[in-house]
Design a protein around this ligand. Structure first.
Ligand code: AMP
Ligand code: GLY
Length: 429
């Protein structure tokens, strides 16, 4: 089977890497891909939002399975574009249509959805340009910290946690009145702050049935000890000790099942990944957000733990045949450490030559922001590599990952040295 993966980051590298191992894989394309995907797949120069060019490529290359990595094309309706075309509508497709993608594309939609189906989440109220004054008054009666969320996609930056009323009012105005996040902040949610530990849970659904993939914890802040600004993710581990069978059972019955049923009852035929960002508040799961794709860097630790043939799993989801499917996961631990360009998540330089990649002999070096030029691999983004290790214990997995990180160098690189340490501390307690 010929397969196309859309995207160019570490998530897409890992999805493609797993697909390449399937006995069903003939020709594998990643569009646009990076220097790493070029090693085991063919990169295709396509923009993920150029649906017409992607459609032509799929037809011309006899692609039978399309996997969409990032949310943007899904929110913009790539699935709907495929369904509207006689030749493309039969292609197995992983990713929801515009209707389902609203779970991530509109926080106002997803909050109302959760309320409709009694899915536990933080209380929130939505305001617009016309209700700025009401919002400011509402803030006066809130407890702090408080969370402000832009309704639409804001490249992971649309959430502000305000510690004081003054900060909250200022941020609220700049989001709604000054258009801080453009179209995305035309609506703003004021949301109750949840105190707890975060967990990323992943589901693959065919619209009716679902499988729960291994859970993960990611490390979003740039600085050690979870300090400094948020990033796209500085590392991840899986499994996660505090995701006990008892907690995961609650996640299944209170969050996952009502989500799948809710989508169905709204007539949304959702075939793809759902990434549920959860807060564990004193043992109870609360949804912080839905994403309509896999997480990054969580994918780099979740996917390697899946034992099943990946194309088989994806095609079953796309074809509505997940009923009775058993996911087999490895009990081994996986850890990934993200190596970034100095300055990230602020401004940083690209085109630095990466040394030492060939010195890594075990584990998996996932390319996220790289490009090949002549015989050199160059940095081409903020998050450059995600170095995944595995082991019978989390310590072993982290050791492999950090050993491999120490082989790799470029001018002005940075990585966190404390990935997984909080969980290791929990294990000692
Ligand atoms: P999001 O863009 O929705 O993933 O939010 C970014 C981050 O903000 C999350 O990963 C949480 O760390 C934090 N966050 C979002 N909503 C809340 C909330 N209601 N309470 C506490 N933290 C939150
Ligand atoms: N790791 C968080 C995300 O992918 O959004």
């Amino acid at each position: 089977m010929n397969v196309l993966v859309l995207g160019s980051g570490g998530r897409e590298f890992t999805l493609a890497w797993k697909i390449a191992q399937s006995i069903h894989c003939s020709q594998l394309y990643v569009a646009p891909g990076n220097a790493g995907t070029d090693l085991f797949a063919e990169n295709a120069e396509l923009s993920v939002n150029d649906f017409a060019a992607i459609g032509d490529f799929v037809i011309n290359n006899d692609i039978e399975l399309v996997v969409v990595g990032p949310e943007d094309p899904l929110v913009k309706g790539i699935r709907d574009f495929f369904l509207a075309d006689d030749q493309l509508k039969t292609v197995a497709f992983i990713g929801p249509g515009k209707d389902g993608a609203q779970l991530e594309g509109s926080k106002d939609f997803s909050k109302a959805f959760m309320e409709r189906y009694d899915i536990p989440t933080a209380k929130a109220k939505t305001f617009t340009e016309d209700t700025v004054e009401e919002g400011l008054t509402y803030l006066e009666n809130c407890n702090f910290p408080i969370v402000l969320k832009a309704d639409g996609l804001a490249a992971g930056k649309g959430v502000i946690i305000a510690e004081t009323l003054e900060n909250a009012k200022e941020s609220f105005r700049s989001m709604l009145v000054d258009g801080q996040f453009g179209e995305a902040s035309k609506k703003v949610l004021i949301e109750e702050f949840l105190e707890g530990v975060e967990l990323s849970v992943f589901v693959l659904t065919d619209g009716e049935d679902f499988v729960i993939l291994p859970e993960a914890k990611d490390y979003k802040r740039i600085g050690e000890g979870d300090t400094g600004p948020n990033t796209g993710g500085m590392g991840a581990v899986s499994p996660v000790k505090f995701a006990t069978p008892e907690f995961m059972e609650k996640v299944k019955s209170r969050v996952i099942e009502p989500t799948i049923k809710g989508l169905k009852s709204e007539g949304i035929d959702y075939r793809g990944f759902i990434f549920i960002g959860l807060m564990n508040v004193a043992g109870e799961p609360y949804v912080i957000e839905y994403n309509v794709r896999m997480g990054d860097p969580e994918t780099q630790v979740v996917i390697p733990r899946i034992k099943n043939d990946f194309i088989e799993l994806l095609v079953k989801a796309a074809d509505g045949k997940l009923k009775g499917y058993t996911l087999e996961t490895s009990p081994r631990f996986a850890a990934t450490v993200v190596m970034v360009s100095g300055g990230y998540p602020g401004s940083y330089e690209k085109n630095k030559s990466i040394q030492g990649l060939a010195d890594v002999t075990n584990g998996l070096v996932v390319h996220a922001g790289t490009k090949q030029e002549d015989y050199e691999v160059l940095t081409n983004g903020g998050r450059v590599l995600a170095v995944t290790g595995s082991g019978d214990t989390l310590e072993e997995a982290l050791k492999m990952s950090y050993n491999n990180v120490s082989c790799i160098k470029w001018e002005d690189m940075y990585y966190r040295k404390d990935i997984g340490k909080d969980i290791l501390r929990l294990q000692l307690d």
